[in-house]
Design a protein around this ligand. Structure first.
Ligand code: GLU
Length: 318
């Protein structure tokens, strides 16, 4: 029997509602800072004052504050689930890790420049180029990549209402020239197994899933539970869950993963919809959302809230 609950550091007493209150107060102090993402027009309509946060423990408790049950666009956070599903479907033994690396890129999430010198092999699974390769492999393994991501989220969150936001998907597809360029370039190097249009369609669809902090924290628990799903079945080997957490820590928060690790000290994946999903291995998954982003693309208020949460609790992976 696997242990999924790790011991607390000496002297720490966890009061999640109180910690969430502290985190929300820190988030509120950031009001007015940052910009809502505008390069996907449908995202620009998000309320910059919105804020929510949730904690889902490995034992099954869920706590939340603010707009924690309000759906928002997952965007790049969905890349985490597509990666996990590829690995769960046996993708680690397939062409995945020959087609995508595991190093921080040091460039913006939608950059084209490295692909040319690195022969169409993206630096990591969380930049857009890498996520396109992951989506491609999931499409090969399942024939229905976005539907598998959606189904996983619904099941783990126990919420059949989680859905793809058709307006966001249409807006993203219409303004997706960069992603199309990335996909064609990767394909020109023989690093896509499926037609470019299919990969782009599935990628846009899973990025456009709308879910709440509550949903996200519950769906992210498998990473805190060292690879076990909420029903107790094993999705990933413990070492695979460790590896995903490691890539999140080094590459999950755009070109600011060093700063995020410095402030928060947890593996995390952010998205331009303003969400962040962080993992406290052996203890909890924590999600925070607020749409206004810093220059790197991370939510100003969500990062401040996670910073306050780990600072007040003393809990991190370090
Ligand atoms: N779907 C977005 C894109 O391809 C994801 C960006 C993000 O959240 O980092 O640009």
């Amino acid at each position: 029997m696997d242990t999924v609950v790790d011991a607390l550091p000496g002297g720490v007493e966890l009061d999640y509602p109180q910690l969430l209150g502290t985190a929300m107060a820190a988030a509120r102090r950031e009001a007015g800072r940052g910009q809502v993402a505008g390069y996907i027009p449908a995202l620009a309509a998000a309320d910059p004052e919105g804020f929510g946060m949730a904690v889902a423990t490995v034992e099954g408790e869920v706590f939340g504050v603010g707009d924690w049950e309000r759906p928002f666009s997952l965007q790049s956070i969905s890349k985490l689930f597509s990666l996990a599903l590829v690995l769960a479907a046996g993708g680690s033994g397939s062409s995945l890790w020959t087609g995508v690396g595991r190093e921080p890129s040091g460039t913006p999430f939608n950059s084209l420049v490295q692909l040319e010198t690195e022969h169409g092999v993206p630096r990591n699974p969380f930049i857009n180029a890498g996520a396109l390769v992951v989506t491609d492999r999931l499409q090969t393994l399942t024939g229905d990549a976005a539907a598998h991501v959606l189904d996983f989220l619904r099941t783990e969150a126990g919420n059949p209402a989680i859905a793809i936001d058709a307006d966001v998907a249409a807006s993203e597809a219409e303004h997706g020239h960069r992603n199309a360029a990335l996909a064609h370039f990767i394909a020109s190097h023989g690093n896509l197994e499926n037609p470019v249009d299919d990969v782009l369609r599935e990628y846009v669809a899973h990025c456009s899933i709308a879910a709440s902090c509550r949903d996200l924290a519950l769906a992210g628990r498998f990473l805190a539970r060292h690879g076990l799903r909420s029903d107790g079945t094993r999705m990933l080997e413990r070492s695979e869950a460790k590896r995903i957490n490691a890539v999140m820590l080094t590459c999950g928060t755009y070109d600011a993963a060093g700063e995020f690790a410095f402030r928060v000290g947890l593996p995390a994946k952010s998205g331009v919809g303003g969400g962040v999903l962080a993992v406290l291995p052996g203890r909890a998954a924590i999600s925070a959302w607020s749409p206004a982003l810093d220059r790197a693309g991370n939510s100003v208020a969500a990062v401040a809230a996670l910073d306050a949460f780990t600072s007040a609790s003393g809990l991190s992976v370090f």
